[in-house]
Design a protein around this ligand. Structure first.
Ligand SMILES: [Zn+2]
Length: 64
């Protein structure tokens, strides 16, 4: 009866269970959530070449 609903993490594309076990949904983790928010904020404020954001991105891509 309880069919697990799975969505894709918008940041890394990993499958994420859509239930109370995943409070960070639709993101797979707090980390991906922060990365996505960071990307959004970086675009919004147009910080050129922010090294912290660049670092988070490359690290996440290589991990998944
Ligand atoms: Zn993710």
């Amino acid at each position: 009866m309880n069919k697990p609903i799975t969505v894709k993490c918008p940041t890394c594309g990993a499958p994420v269970e859509w239930n109370d076990k995943t409070p960070t949904r639709p993101f797979c983790s707090e980390r991906c959530k922060l990365i996505d928010l960071g990307a959004w904020a970086a675009e919004e404020h147009a910080i050129p070449g922010d090294p912290v954001v660049d670092d988070l991105f490359s690290e996440d891509l290589s991990r998944h």
